[in-house]
Design a protein around this ligand. Structure first.
Ligand code: BG6
Ligand code: MG
Length: 214
């Protein structure tokens, strides 16, 4: 594989273990609608925007609700989620993240974040890693959420790097699809469900050797 000039990272589930917090917040919404919701159903939501996630939950339960109620669920899900991550700090970074970012930076690799979350900047600040990234494209900055490649294409463009010269790190099927649709090499991390679709797969980022790819 040719060496890469830039790395783009998904946030939830790649840099930080917030996927479980999203799961618990969605489970609370689903249960209040009498829709069964376990880790299995949550897997179908990973990487999707807040709006698309709620649509998927309603589809799973074969339910429809008014626009007003829909908006109210989005707000209460996010309030519950934010409450659950209020103590988030650098100790919540997933294994290998800090070393990878430090080594990549030292090697001159351009770094960016491509996340569906509208809370991305807030979380990066809490984790004290915001300054590693030249660009953060989040759920506020795209017209077409993952699995559309827009979030990563915008990231690569902002860094001035072609997708072919860029690795994307992802933990969700929708994110791997987004990366591959954009012409990026997709590194799957920490989710056995994507081991067969990612171009490269690792259990966690301690397995990643910067000098092998950049
Ligand atoms: C993605 C997560 O990163 O962001 C999803 O994988 C989440 O689980 C989505 O629903 C939207 O996040 P937020 O913070 O804008 O509700
Ligand atoms: Mg993710």
């Amino acid at each position: 594989m040719s060496k890469k000039r830039a790395f783009l990272f998904d946030l939830d589930g790649v840099l930080v273990s917030t996927e479980h917090n999203h799961f618990l917040a969605w489970q609370r919404c689903a249960h209040s609608l009498d829709i069964p919701f376990t880790e299995k159903e949550n897997e179908l939501l990973k990487g999707f925007s807040r709006v698309d996630s709620l649509k998927k939950i309603l589809e799973l339960g074969n339910k429809s609700i008014s626009g007003e109620k829909f908006e109210a669920f989005l707000i209460s899900k996010n309030d519950f989620y934010l409450e659950s991550i209020q103590d988030l700090n650098q100790g919540n970074l997933l294994p290998g993240v800090l070393d990878l970012l430090t080594q990549a930076k030292e090697r001159g690799v351009r770094l960016g974040v491509g996340s569906s979350s509208k809370n991305a900047n807030f979380i990066l600040e809490k984790l004290q890693i915001r300054e590693f990234f030249e660009v953060v494209i989040d759920g506020n900055g795209v017209s077409y959420p993952k699995p559309h490649p827009e979030v990563f294409l915008n990231g690569a463009k902002a860094l001035g790097v072609e997708p072919a010269n860029c690795l994307v790190f992802e933990d969700a099927e929708s994110g791997i699809a987004a990366a591959q649709a954009g012409g990026f090499t997709a590194v799957g991390v920490g989710n056995p469900n994507i081991a067969n679709i990612a171009d490269i797969y690792m259990n966690d980022l301690t397995e990643f050797r910067v000098e092998q790819y950049a």
